[in-house]
Design a protein around this ligand. Sequence first.
Ligand SMILES: Nc1ncnc2c1ncn2[C@@H]1O[C@H](COP(=O)(O)OP(=O)(O)OP(=O)(O)O)[C@@H](O)[C@H]1O
Ligand SMILES: [Mg+2]
Length: 463
Amino acid sequence: MSRDGLPPYFNISPDAALAELDPPTGTGGFAAIAEACRRGRDDLAGRGLDEAGTKRLRLFSTWEITKYLIPVAPGHFRRVLRENPGLPQGRSETEGGAKWFTLDEVLRLRAHFGAEGSKAKEYLPYRPQGLPAKIVAVANFKGGVGKTSTCAHLAMSAALDGYRVLVVDLDSQGSMTSVFGARVEDEWGTVFPLLARHYARHLRVDNQRRMDRGDQPVPLDETMTEALKMTAADVIRPTHWPNIDLIGAQLNLYWSEFQIPVWRMQSRAWKLWDALSDSLAEDGVLDRYDLVFLDTPPALGYLTINGLSAADILLVPLGASFLEFDSTGRFFDMLHATFASIEEGENMAARALGRPELAFEWDAVRAVVTRYDGGQQAEMASLIGAYLGRTLSPYRQDYTALIGQAGEAASGIYEADYRDFNRETYARGRATFDETYAGFKRLLYGTWRRDARAAKAAAQVAE
Ligand SMILES: Nc1ncnc2c1ncn2[C@@H]1O[C@H](COP(=O)(O)OP(=O)(O)OP(=O)(O)O)[C@@H](O)[C@H]1O
Ligand SMILES: [Mg+2]
């Protein structure tokens, strides 16, 4: 209410409004605003950096390690360290104070307990031998539903759990890239060259056929020639997490959305949706890592299609609100239409030639309620659950003030130092992401076990 008791939109004086108005904005105005944002962002991001300007991961205390990371009693943990002076011994801030370890050290300790400790305990997470990494895509064409937060937290949980993780940022907004403190120069530091190489290799084969038929080949341009020299190793970069690597994104990655359809027009037989998965597989990425997490943009463009088609597990975050539920329903509609039309296009030819038909398949698809407020959204969430059934992950990720405000240095709960928060707030915030990870890990174990059984059955048939 304004002073005279009326709502605030009455009694505005046009002259007063004019007096406080700035001149009209031209195109250059956007540049000035962007520059202001960039300076602010660098200021904020810079606060979490060390002298060399890189992000550094915090240390982990004995309390945290024995409570969350390596399931042993603190007394036993200390005893094992004493008995094995070759193991990392940690450092303390005060004489006789708590011991703190880097994540690298935690990983070495975990490996030690895994090799020497009780076989009855799960020191090392399940990963069937000889099977490829699982690729996990987090997607929804609705913006701001928690894709990046969910994807980043899952990647960090999995890394804390001992998995070797690759994170791929398919969003030219580069949010995930910022989470991992990376700076990507241009599209050549993103997945773009891997997609271009896939097309270039296809085009070389296609050109051979064209020439055999007496047709003109399509010349390989400079982009393709460059891309043919590159592998995943050229775009994978380490992060401040010892067991998380990153393929980053940057604004220019958006160019792919225009380039991919042009390539496809040039050569209709190019399977554009396989470009990412084929490239990762060919370059041995699926052997070097246990898990590959793909963060996708809020759009169902060619990058998202590539991500979805590469994925074994698809997670679709949504908030428990009518608008997000409604829009998520349409996202699934679009997924159906998109992949059905790809299958249809491929299978007309396949049927005619008597070749096996293309059928996309995902190990598991789950919608995940994010930013859940139990006080306000319980009814909406159970309604969503009633309609989605098993497709809805049973665990709802709570809204937590710890995200986004976890200190300038930290991206999310796992990077935050628990001493900066009230214990209870920290425990609750952490618990909700631990539960999200637990739900994901059950899916992962189930799908890997299914694959392992199938591989065993296939081997028996072969004998
Ligand atoms: N569990 C949570 N509790 C509180 N805030 C959250 C939670 N998860 C996400 N957020 C906040 O919601 C906002 C959107 O999250 P996020 O960036 O992860 O969404 P997104 O789907 O990746 O967005 P985009 O579509 O732009 O890529 C961010 O400000 C983030 O900090
Ligand atoms: Mg995002």
